[in-house]
Design a protein around this ligand. Structure first.
Ligand code: UD1
Length: 356
């Protein structure tokens, strides 16, 4: 099966979404179903919940044929064989993977095993079934401390400072080599900036298992009263207010970027890396005040030491995504904060009904 098959009407196409119950995966499933693609989710639920799948069904109105869920780890070759035998998969959006930077430095073997070996098992089974269209969930982390701001895709890649980042860089390289060896592979590497926000319904969103590592989920938990205050990691960076600047992007924009990438892959073959960001950078203090506006009360914070490995500034040049995919982010910072807050308020314990 070549990428030509992706040119069929959407309702005749089936997209395998690994990690489809996760934060970005669940929002992407909604957008795919909204455009009439059939979706097969493979997720081991190690950092997600079956309830997310139920809510994808509720929000999309998908029936048992349009949306199928398998609880399966990507290292499970037999499980994947079953999925590929039962469904004529046309393309894979590969999200499944461990993603905590700090944890990856403690558990490198688990990170490389799951994210790299798991991906190899997935792509081996896919290839055996003739499936070579892949959209891969990469990260701006591959640019390391970026040599240019805004960051274009031409920006040189830098060695990652942690195993999580290294698994993203390795998978980019591996998928590019697949294409170099066999031009039937059709690979789009999407480099995400900082996804935040939630579906505007408040039914799906980010559900960190422990204390959040990332800024916005942490701020949201302070706002809801689960955590006392947010520590700002350094105010002596060479930025407008001294705090770190990032390109925060609404998760629904990120999700529509994946649908645009599927459409792009239907008309082009090759291997390409594309940034998914807004092109606008906000500081930590900007984010705290935007979230305070959404909540309608001050969020307490203190200025703490820098976090090792952090960079001063990171935001995208999103032009290539617009030129190639016809895609750009449309949600504002206030949308992102309002949607995060709605999700957090309606689901103070995430997908579980009580505190873990
Ligand atoms: C982090 C990862 C990155 C990964 C991304 C996934 C690190 C060093 N980088 O990006 O590899 O791809 O998450 O979403 O972990 N901040 C605070 N207080 C906090 C938390 C964060 O001040 O409690 C600041 C940080 O210093 C940074 C900004 O908020 O300036 C954003 O941090 P975060 O949400 O963790 O994202 P990144 O570090 O950009």
């Amino acid at each position: 099966m070549s990428n030509k098959s992706l040119a069929l009407p959407h309702n005749e196409l089936t997209i395998l979404v690994t990690g489809g119950a996760g934060f970005i995966g669940s929002h992407t499933c909604i957008e795919l179903l909204g455009q009439n693609y059939n979706v097969v989710i493979v997720d081991d639920l190690s950092n997600s919940s079956k309830i997310a799948v139920e809510r994808i069904r509720e929000l999309s109105g998908a029936d048992e044929n349009q949306l199928v869920f398998y609880e399966c780890n990507i290292l499970d070759r037999e499980g994947l064989e079953t999925v590929f035998s039962k469904h004529a998969i046309d393309a894979i959006i590969h999200f499944a993977g461990f993603k905590a930077v700090g944890e990856s430095t403690q558990k490198p073997l688990e990170y490389y095993w799951n994210n790299v070996a798991g991906s190899l098992v997935l792509f081996d089974v896919a290839r055996n079934h003739g499936v070579k269209n892949v959209i891969f969930s990469s990260s701006a982390t591959v640019y390391g401390d970026p040599e240019m701001i805004p960051i274009t895709e031409e920006c040189p890649l830098h060695e990652a400072t942690n195993p999580y980042g290294e698994t993203k860089a390795m998978m980019e390289r591996i998928l590019t080599d697949f294409y170099r060896a066999d031009s039937e592979w059709n690979v789009v590497l999407l480099r995400y900036f900082n996804p935040i926000g939630a579906h505007e319904s408040g039914r799906i969103g980010e559900d960190p298992k422990d204390i959040p590592n990332n800024l916005l989920p942490y701020v949201a938990q302070v706002a809801v009263g689960k955590l006392e205050r947010i520590g700002v990691f350094g105010n002596d960076y060479p930025t407008k207010d001294g705090t770190g600047v990032r390109d925060y992007i609404h998760v629904v924009d990120l999700a529509t970027g994946h649908v645009a990438a599927i459409k792009y892959a239907a008309a082009h073959s090759g291997s390409i890396a594309i940034n998914l960001g807004t092109g606008v950078g906000y500081s930590v203090l900007d984010m705290i005040s935007a979230f305070s506006r959404a909540v309608g009360k001050e969020i307490p914070y203190t200025i703490d030491a820098r976090r090792p490995g952090d960079i001063a500034e990171c935001y995208a040049d999103p032009k290539l995504a617009y030129d190639l995919l016809g895609w750009k982010a449309v949600h504002t910072l206030d949308d992102m904060c309002a949607d995060s807050w709605r999700w957090q308020q309606q689901n103070p314990y995430g997908y579980s009904d009580k505190e873990a």
